[in-house]
Design a protein around this ligand. Structure first.
Ligand code: DC
Length: 220
């Protein structure tokens, strides 16, 4: 199997770029952030306090999280229910960043991610794919962009969905999440020694897709 690891901060375009590259290359795209989001969503829904590790552990002991593909689109199921439509709100984003700091949460999701890469040619995006989940990935990319550019993209995405948003609040959240994701003790966000850094601040979407497709072609 061939695997591509795409790590980077929130809003760098990992998911949309990975999706396009996966389509062009015939690979399966695995969005690992959705797994952390599914746990955050489940905690919020069940009033589980994320700062209470034993309460989170208790929640995990009753959970089955599964990745499924539906027409090439990834869906996340929690105890048999498709939770995919509820994962992309600002509340779930922040809660996902918080819950992902807990080592038992990361251990809980590890095998699901590795299994996906054993069974498919994957392009997997996240924070620790090259460093922890798939250290033997064939291609390792760290996709990044300035915080302002990432906040601007997120702002436009939310406006397009008619959500009421404030740019400054989004920028604040982006910076806060970067800090949390980078400074946590377990599997912090960082490029692996072999990762190729791709900075998309002044790149178009198509240029970002091409940069990664070219790296894959070099390795195949
Ligand atoms: O990629 P995303 O924004 O959907 O991820 C949501 C949160 O999940 C992010 O703030 C950090 C966490 N995450 C992680 O810790 N490790 C991953 N491989 C993917 C996401």
């Amino acid at each position: 199997m061939f695997s591509v690891a795409i790590d980077g901060p929130s809003g760098a375009g990992k998911s949309s770029v990975s999706k396009a590259v996966a389509k062009a290359a015939g690979f399966v795209h695995v969005d690992t952030g959705a797994l952390y989001r599914s746990l955050a969503y489940t905690a919020i829904k069940n009033n589980v306090e994320i700062s209470d590790i034993s309460a989170v552990d208790k929640m995990l002991s009753n959970l089955d999280v599964a990745l499924k593909l539906d027409n090439g689109e990834q869906k996340v199921y929690v105890n048999g229910d498709d939770v995919t439509p509820y994962l992309r709100t600002e509340d779930v984003s922040m809660a996902a960043s918080n819950i992902s700091k807990i080592p038992s949460v990361r251990a809980f999701l590890l095998e699901t991610q590795r299994r996906a890469a054993r069974e498919n040619n994957v392009i997997m995006d996240g924070r620790d794919i090259a460093t922890v989940v798939l250290p033997d990935a064939d291609v390792k990319v760290f996709l990044t962009a300035s915080a302002e550019k990432r906040a601007e993209r997120r702002y436009k995405e939310l406006l397009a969905k008619n959500e009421e948003v404030e740019y400054n609040k989004i920028l604040e959240d982006v910076i806060k999440r970067d800090k949390q994701d980078t400074e946590r003790e377990t599997a912090p966000l960082k490029p692996s020694e072999e990762s190729v850094i791709v900075d998309t601040t002044s790149m178009t979407f198509e240029e970002s897709v091409r940069a990664i497709t070219d790296l894959i072609k070099e390795r195949i």
